[in-house]
Design a protein. Sequence first.
Length: 130
Amino acid sequence: MEEQSNRCVEEPALALCQSRDLVDGGLAVPFDLRYGGQTCRAFAVRFQGVAQAYLNRCSHVAMEMDWQPDRFFDASGQWLVCASHGATYRPDTGECAGGPCRGGLIRIELSEVGGVVLWHPTYLAKPLEF
């Protein structure tokens, strides 16, 4: 059986930020997108050298997670934490690591090329102007 990607064939990757804008365990770079037809906020962070992005929506209660603007990591820089109820997520996978989670975070596909972090639109995650 052939594996299918949900990547939009007609949508090219979009520049999100410079690679240097994402520091391990540091501030996130926020961005807006249309996910499943709704306008949503997402965020990109760096963990163990790899850029990761997720919808800014806790799986426990669908509300934004940052405890201060663009701050998602706990004090150790090892976990993403929802400020409202303390749900904790793995930064590398978005999986629930503790607290009142109902599943994991929704991943947004990224890559890095030539010092630029690129966001890859998918069938569900599209640019706002799409």
